[in-house]
Design a protein around this ligand. Structure first.
Ligand SMILES: [Zn+2]
Length: 537
């Protein structure tokens, strides 16, 4: 009776205080029984329409609010157990922040914190500037960005931004210990973990205020452990986007850490201000391109307007200087997408700063007008969710590389809409995105390593692929189905007819569907922290 193809659930469990939603692919009677076999509900379902993204006949069922306990779902002989718990997602959120600890570079991961995933320090050698090999820098720390061992300023900055706002808005969700080296120092562990990246970002600033785009090798390492990856790393050229995103995240950090470490807070603000000064002196956007001979991550962007917008908002919040507000207003007028929270578009991070921190102090454009623009723009996320059989907020033709990012960004947009309006439809749809990540999807798969009954086993992640341990490093989320930009060899294998939500391979070489990334963990942490707060209130 392990066969359960008609039920898709959040495999990490459900919260006792919130309605339980599952995806159902069958028809006829669905019986819900409790631990003692007592029938609680019987729902009669007509066949569902075909979901465009998955090709599945599927609907979301609302089982209502259930008390803590174990339950059984049954339909036509198919059975699946679900668990309802008091605080099911605290360990999930903690594991996903701890996942970033496992990405730490430049330090030993000790057995007492990392268990079987312990390894010696990596990437500790000094690095030369790519454009001037005579100039050597000793820069250590930061997180490995993704499945590779590169470190990139823009993606790191937005990852930190997600964590800091998750902590600012839902601090009670981060009260537990992560068992990291700093645990117990009087600072919440989520801030301890974010600080590890911030200390690295500070080192990536050039004396004139600009930030280097990345610290990587000229090629990706083979699947070896990080301490064995000893080819030289280089400081790649500075970029507008890296400088603006770093300035934004450091200005935010200056506020967040002021109560814990005033010296660090001051250094962060000063670095952010120097970054802004460089941006003012270099107004013409130049897109970053990999220098000739460099084949590591590109993270190229078409504009720095969104990064500058986020930076101006954060610098206004940190200093109260009206010049920053004026700069933010001008950038706002040029058009910002307020529901984007990824490395390539951080417009939503500016919205977070204005609508939830500055509020009325942001002024009529950045608060009142932005609020109404944000509410309008965030309707799209709900529309997409409503159109999907699984409730997934992504259109069939947008299963991109890293499709988990737009899905989590839409969850954040709907959460923020709910926080501004109290609309239950927004909160419910946001919850369906959370459930998607943990198994309520066309693949019946939990996309986070180490969680659930059936989760990713072969992520494109060098330590997981080379440590000799069967189970992958835990707490890391993969990018998921990708029909827009798969490797040609995978398109050939999977074929044109396979629906987009199933365009996925749990295989190590599949960077196109199965790579992990720090900036996919962090928005998921934000979403989980919100639902932890909801399940407690
Ligand atoms: Zn490293």
């Amino acid at each position: 009776m392990n066969n359960h193809p008609v039920f898709r659930i959040n495999q990490t469990g459900y919260a006792a205080e919130m309605p339980v939603y599952i995806a159902f692919l069958g028809e006829g009677a669905v019986r819900l029984t409790d631990g003692s076999g007592r029938l609680l509900r019987e729902l009669h379902q007509m066949p569902s329409p075909i979901d465009q993204s998955s090709g599945d006949p599927v609907s979301v069922l609302d089982l209502g609010i259930l008390p803590e306990g174990c339950y059984t779902l049954e339909n036509n002989g198919f059975v699946r157990k679900i668990s309802v718990l008091k605080n099911p997602w605290q360990p999930v959120v903690e594991m996903m922040v701890k996942g970033l600890y496992f990405q730490r570079c430049g330090c030993e991961l000790k057995k007492e914190y990392a268990g079987v995933y312990a390894h010696p320090a990596c990437h500790t050698a000094p690095a030369a500037e790519w454009e001037n090999r005579e100039r050597i820098h000793r820069i250590t720390g930061g997180w490995h960005d993704a499945g590779d061992y590169g470190k990139y300023v823009g993606p790191g900055a937005v990852t930190v931004g997600h964590l800091l706002y998750a902590w600012k808005l839902f601090p009670a969700s981060f009260s537990g210990s992560l068992n990291i080296p700093e645990s117990g120092n009087g600072i919440p562990d989520v801030l301890n973990e974010a600080r590890y990246e911030l200390d690295w970002i500070l080192q990536m600033q050039r004396p004139d205020g600009a930030f280097y785009h990345k610290l990587t090798k000229d090629h990706f390492a083979p699947f070896i452990m990080p301490q064995d990856d000893t080819d030289p790393e280089y400081l790649m050229p500075v970029s507008h986007c890296a400088t603006a995103a770093a300035s934004a995240c450091l200005a935010l950090a200056s506020r967040v850490y002021a109560d814990y470490d005033i010296d660090f807070s001051g250094r962060a603000l000063s670095a952010a201000l120097r970054g802004w000064t460089w941006l003012e002196a270099n107004p013409d956007f130049i897109p970053f391109r990999n220098p000739e001979g460099v084949r590591t991550g590109w993270y190229g962007e078409k504009t720095d307007s969104d990064d500058r917008f986020w930076a101006a908002c954060e610098l206004f919040a940190a200093t109260g200087d009206m010049d920053f507000r004026e700069a933010a207003e001008n950038l706002y007028r040029s058009g910002q997408n307020l529901t984007q929270f990824g490395w390539s578009d951080v417009g939503g991070m500016g919205a977070l700063c204005c609508l939830f921190d500055l509020r009325e102090k942001a002024g009529s454009i950045l608060y009142f007008r932005q609020k109404s623009d944000f509410l309008r723009q965030s309707e799209n996320a709900l529309k997409l969710s409503s159109a999907s059989g699984y409730g997934t907020s992504l259109s069939p033709d947008h299963y991109v590389w890293g499709s988990i990012l737009p899905i989590m960004a839409n969850a954040i947009s709907m959460i923020l809409n709910y926080m501004l309006t109290g609309r239950e439809d927004m909160r419910k749809a946001a919850l369906l995105q959370w459930h998607y990540a943990f198994g309520m999807n066309a693949l019946d798969l939990c996309f986070v390593t180490g969680l659930g009954e059936k989760s990713v086993m072969h992520p494109h992640h060098r330590p997981s692929g080379s440590d000799g341990i069967d189970d992958p490093v835990p707490g890391l989320i993969v990018g998921g189905p990708n029909k827009c930009f798969p490797y040609p060899v995978h398109r050939e294998r999977l074929g044109e007819d396979l629906p987009p939500a199933k365009y996925y391979l749990d295989e190590l070489p599949s960077a196109d569907t199965n790579e992990i990334a720090i900036y996919w963990n962090s928005p998921t942490v934000f979403v989980g922290a919100f639902f932890m707060k909801v399940s407690h209130s």
